[in-house]
Design a protein around this ligand. Structure first.
Ligand SMILES: Cc1cc2nc3c(=O)[nH]c(=O)nc-3n(C[C@H](O)[C@H](O)[C@H](O)COP(=O)(O)OP(=O)(O)OC[C@H]3O[C@@H](n4cnc5c(N)ncnc54)[C@H](O)[C@@H]3O)c2cc1C
Length: 338
């Protein structure tokens, strides 16, 4: 059995960020990814100014938006800034770039390699068994490592989107309590298409109803979804810690996504880097991740409040938007980065 100092399950942004940092420090790292190519993932591809925009090369940015168009049941506003508030990035391009960074640092990435079983010091995969001293669960909202640790997952969101061909000018957020409950619909434009989708916490929202309402909403706005296939994915915001002996959880596997917006890529990256630093030096400063966890809890409180009932939800959304319009709270309050 071939053994590694660190095995990382999952080559998403979390797994690859962790791997690159560990390999740079000279550790032998194996990343196991069930997909043939790291990167492609159902995702709106929205990244924020304080979060990922400043951490990825400009060439990866597909479109950047200094204006955010937000519409609620009772109000409509445009938040404007000098620099892009949100940009879009194609997951396949982000994955390709991060994969290259990790490989260049010396990481071994095995693709088309599904991990089927975990034991205290090894993983059984479709390509054989590998030993580890340290295991990192970066396997997203699929929970193999989390399940192995016996950690329950009760707070989940669902995102469903269509990739709609064509050019769209504006980046839009739609808080419509009748159609989307305490979730929202989005239009995130790319150069040749737009991710048009809906986010909501489950079980409060049924996936069937979310899809139906997204289609109704799109039809009312003359957005044709004919012939397009919806794609959906779970988003885990049930954070219950990240260090469990010689196993660490990062990104969606740790439940670090925002329960309010569904944002998760930035947290995957920060937690991946923090895990790497903690493997190298168990006493390292984990302040960045601690701040992220605190912000994630704030998002969770707002999401929980708005889930109380329809009236509270309507009031929460309208007050939130009013406060954003008046500049009482900044747009960055909705971002996960500080
Ligand atoms: C519809 C939708 C829209 C979203 N939009 C946004 C957005 O606009 N902005 C944003 O920041 N976030 C968004 N998110 C959330 C974001 O996609 C995730 O939070 C982010 O990808 C988490 O990164 P990760 O590295 O933790 O996990 P992932 O990116 O999920 O990567 C996990 C990897 O593990 C692999 N894997 C899983 N199980 C195994 C196994 N047994 N063996 C081997 N490999 C395995 C998977 O194939 C995958 O490559 C969205 C999510 C959805 C569903």
């Amino acid at each position: 059995m071939h053994s590694f100092s660190v095995i990382i399950i999952g080559a998403g942004p979390g797994g690859l960020a962790c791997a690159a940092l560990l390999a740079e420090k000279g550790l032998d790292v194996l990343v196991l990814e069930k997909k043939a190519v790291p990167g492609p993932k159902v995702c709106g591809g929205g990244i924020t100014w304080r979060g990922l925009i400043r951490r990825v090369p400009e060439s990866l940015i597909d479109r950047a938006f200094p204006a955010q168009h937000i519409r609620s049941t009772l109000q409509e506003t445009v938040l404007q800034s000098d620099s892009p508030m949100v940009a879009t990035v194609r997951r396949e391009h982000l994955g390709e770039w991060m994969h290259e960074q990790a490989r260049a640092a010396g990481t071994v990435v095995r693709t088309s390699c599904r991990v089927a079983k975990i034991t205290p010091n090894s993983v059984e995969t479709s390509q054989g068994t590998f030993g580890f001293r340290q295991l990192v669960g970066a396997d997203g909202a699929r929970y193999l490592v989390r399940r192995y640790l016996g950690i329950p997952t009760e707070k989940l969101g669902l995102g469903i989107h269509f990739r709609v061909p064509g050019w769209r000018e504006k980046m839009e957020w739609h808080l419509n309590d009748t159609l989307f409950g305490n979730g929202y619909a989005w239009i995130f434009p790319f150069r040749d298409m737009a991710s048009i989708g809906v986010y909501g916490a489950i079980p409060g929202n049924s996936p069937r109803k979310m899809l139906q309402n997204l289609k109704r909403w799109a039809a009312a706005r003359s957005i044709s979804l004919d012939g397009l296939k919806p794609q959906g994915g779970l988003i885990n915001f049930d954070y219950r810690g990240w260090r469990f002996g010689n196993i660490m959880l990062i990104g969606d596997a740790a439940g670090l996504a925002s329960g309010l917006t569904g944002e998760g890529m930035y947290q995957a990256l920060v937690s991946g880097e923090t895990a790497a630093r903690a493997i190298i030096d168990p006493d390292c400063d984990c302040g960045e991740l601690e701040r992220l966890v605190a912000k994630q809890k704030k998002h969770l409180r707002v999401a929980a409040l708005s889930a109380t009932n329809r009236i509270v939800n309507l009031a929460t959304m309208e007050i939130l938007l009013l406060a954003l319009r008046a500049g009482i709270i900044p747009f960055s309050m909705l971002e996960m980065a500080d």
